[in-house]
Design a protein around this ligand. Structure first.
Ligand code: SF4
Length: 71
């Protein structure tokens, strides 16, 4: 099964979700291990670089990602 290339080092899990493993698992199963091309974080990262990705940007926040990309 393919997974996001960033999963091992994604700050969202290493920092933001570190103490919320149940919720982290939901996002991982929906995005990182499945539809990672739909991940808002990956979208910003690919176009603006890792520094442009807010720690609190959730994978499902596509609209927020689009706003960041327009800044
Ligand atoms: S949250 Fe997004 S960028 Fe991070 S590992 Fe999952 S799919 Fe990749």
């Amino acid at each position: 099964m393919s997974q996001c290339e960033r999963l091992e080092n994604c700050p969202f899990y290493l920092e933001k979700m570190a103490d919320m493993p149940a919720m982290a698992s939901v996002y991982k199963n929906q995005f990182c291990l499945k539809d990672f091309s739909q991940c808002a974080r990956l979208m910003v990262l690919k176009q603006k670089g890792p520094e442009a990705v807010p720690l609190d940007l959730f994978p499902n926040q596509i609209e927020r990602a689009k706003e960041i990309l327009q800044e």
